[in-house]
Design a protein around this ligand. Structure first.
Ligand code: SF4
Length: 170
């Protein structure tokens, strides 16, 4: 249960830590700017769970399109020129969860920023990069300490582990 509770939070931290390295290795897709009709978006009412890989998560919306289910992640704040790697991996985890839950592979997912939307293709390369991260996460969960991977004080200030973290910059 503890794993379930902190799973996605750790996933987010790990994504931030690993993202640049994995992006180089996997050649992650950049986002395609698309227009989406938000009236078709259905709010997700419960978290998706993939028992086999111990992953859980709740996309903000799911959109049904031509027999496919497309996950949508809504981000606030400044709209980047291209989606952040951490957001791409978060969306990829939702694509994986949708496939495991509904048995239909989403061809892409959508990241919705305040000023534009990006479609992120859910390629086998992106899926493999995500699965690699999950394997590394499990390995690191068994370690007593994991070194800080950044010099960003603001990130530490917002971090839920700040009080207990010996490497906090805050
Ligand atoms: S306080 Fe900073 S270094 Fe520690 S876990 Fe949080 S973000 Fe990482």
């Amino acid at each position: 249960m503890l794993y379930l509770a902190i799973g996605l939070f750790l996933l987010a931290l790990f994504f931030l830590w690993q993202s640049s390295r994995t992006r180089r290795a996997a050649g992650l897709p950049g986002g395609r700017i698309i227009y989406t009709d938000t009236r078709a978006w259905g709010k997700t009412d419960k978290a998706l769970y993939a028992a086999g890989i111990g992953l859980t998560g709740k996309p903000d919306y799911l959109v049904e399109q031509k027999g496919k289910i497309i996950p949508v992640e809504v981000k606030t704040g400044k709209t980047p020129a291209q989606p952040y790697d951490s957001h791409i991996f978060q969306l990829a985890s939702y694509c994986l969860l949708v496939e495991k839950t509904y048995g239909i592979r989403p061809p892409y997912g959508i990241i919705h920023y305040p000023e534009r939307d990006f479609a992120i293709d859910y390629t086998s390369e992106l899926e493999n990069a995500l699965l690699e991260i999950l394997v590394e996460m499990r390995r690191d969960e068994r370690r007593e300490t994991v070194a800080r991977s950044h010099e960003n004080r603001t990130r530490c200030l917002k971090c839920g582990f700040q009080k207990d973290c010996k490497e906090s910059l805050a």
